[in-house]
Design a protein around this ligand. Sequence first.
Ligand code: UT7
Length: 334
Amino acid sequence: MYNSKISGLGFYVPDNVVTNEDLSKIMDTSDEWIQERTGIKQRHWIKEGSNETSATMGARAAEIAIERAGLDKDDIDFIIFATLSPDFYFPGCGVQIQEMLEMRTIGALDIRNQCSGFVYALSTGDQFIKTGMYKNILVIGSEYHSNGLDKTTRGRGVSVIFGDGAGACVLSRTEDNQKGILSSHLHSEGKYADKLIVESPSIKHWVPEILNSKEEDLSYFPYMDGTFVFKNAVVRFSEVIMEALSVNKIGPDDIDLFIPHQANLRISQFIQQKFKLRDDQVYNNITNYGNTTAASIVIALTEAWEKGKVKEDDIVLLAAFGSGFTWGSVLLRW
Ligand code: UT7
């Protein structure tokens, strides 16, 4: 069996920065509330009228990751694209990447696991590499949230949190079984699907029905029971981190870098305290990007790597929790 290691990383966010102050001009919110509850100061939102989408941002991030891996697009054997905000209801964004990057007619798979999307995507890619089926897999997480948010006071509990952006990595075969992904752990609990959901349009509740419904039909905006999600997040994050540590027979001290999904800085801080991790063991960047869902971990990992915070042989732990509920972790030796 082979192992898979990350051989290249890249990220892309739209230029347009939206500060908390900007949001306070369009809804009843404040910089103080947002920073205190979430740690977010600003996020990047695609400008209205721009042609950017989840697929185009994913393509930009992917080009950087492929180049940094020292590979050519023709070396990529498979594409995995994680998003909750695809350009189309179908087909998925993966095939758009194949076209946009003018790649060979390789397979393309979309992953619909929201905030855990990148962890699920990495784990899926790892299985293809372990079995020897593929050598180099392009894994992308990308989200275009801003066009789907309720940017009025009514939607402030959700809309202030989310940001647009994309990250990508190339997962490559290695014969060194001490390196790369050491384990991944995936979970779900569908009974809480309605706690964080965009219900429509769906086959159950299609466009004509929405158009004919009364104005109070808000099913096409994201709904989140924030407090309930928060409480579950801290429990599940802890469990799945414990699982990774115990399977690999290591303790919190052995972690060189922990990158949690950037859902809320308060969740990350809670986990950091629980596992008694030092500040230099944890990387957060939600302050500048908001919650970019499937893109958040790979954007943070890329940024940490660019800053020299990920070094050869480092133990890196990634963990995520989100809508579904789904949660998971990946432990790597760099
Ligand atoms: O990434 C996927 C997973 N997602 C998460 O993990 C998110 C988990 N949840 C959270 O991060 C937090 O629950 C939120 C940041 C979303 C909300 O924070 P909270 O401390 O749970 O606030 P809350 O929803 O209980 O609202 C408290 C008050 C309410 O007012 P009243 O009823 O106390 O008068 C809200 O209406 O804050 C109000 N509020 C706001 N005020 C100003 C809600 N959103 C805002 C806002 N600005 N943006």
